[in-house]
Design a protein around this ligand. Sequence first.
Ligand SMILES: Cc1ncc(COP(=O)(O)O)c(C=O)c1O
Length: 310
Amino acid sequence: MRVHGGAPRGARADFSTNLNALGPPGSLVKALRRVPLSRYPDPEYAELRALLGDPARVAVGAGANELIHRLVAAFGGPVAVFCPSFGEYAEAAHARGARVFFARDEEGFLREMRKARLGFLASPNNPDGRVYEADFLNEAAKAGGLLVLDLAYAPLSEVPVFVPEGVVRLYSPNKAFALPGVRAGYAVFPEASLAERVRRLAPSWVLSSTGEAFLRLSEGEEARSWLAAARPRLFAWRRALARGLERRGFSVVEGRANFVMARLGEAQIKALLRAGVWVRPLFDKGLPDWARLSAQGPKARRLLWEVLGG
Ligand SMILES: Cc1ncc(COP(=O)(O)O)c(C=O)c1O
């Protein structure tokens, strides 16, 4: 079953997605509205790939998820995944009949990587916000299978995110700029031949003109300085959320990104959803008492405290 965050229309507050609560930046939205849609994008995305890195080692896609599925299609299984982590890695493997090796800790992940053809780690990890240390990542990169390091939340990490040599770097700038509807992402490969295998699996024009413009603009100076200004406020909001939850007696896992995990219990999770205060339950990750909540502003937090009391 695919479970994702995202509140229905009419919800009073949405803590359930990990998007930057301060976005999207108005100038970016305005620029995207001006993108001409009456022509095909360049089927090779040559200029964009050159902007994102060594063009021979870059593949663009309709979001990181689309690339996750293509990575599994290109390299096959068994696939090593960390638990808990983003569910799409295992979904993509299951969809292609690949075996999945689940690991519950770093030692276990290294063990599984030795037997796997492909492995996925997110740093910061979703849902616990953990940022992996260099030693572990260096070992994981050399353990056996090809390691994909999902950097979807790296721009929203409070600490620098280490990236080892020899891994596939997967990017999803729509989180940091709160524009997930655009559906655009990219991957940078350690070798051109690996990137070529993944590029060849895409249909022509896999990325829309809007997606192409979004990836280009997200690299620009204006977008970068907007994000740099937003980050400290976002981390202050995460801390206020974590402390508020702890004061009310809930266990909290506070990583280094813009979200936390909290043991709210099933009854409180249901009460929040009934009240239109949307959190992301984590039952699908084997954590039925837990929910993930993203950093939101004071107004949304007041609604949360109204339901949780105190
Ligand atoms: C760790 C992680 N990677 C990738 C994605 C998906 O990114 P995209 O919207 O670019 O497909 C998500 C979205 O929730 C995520 O949490």
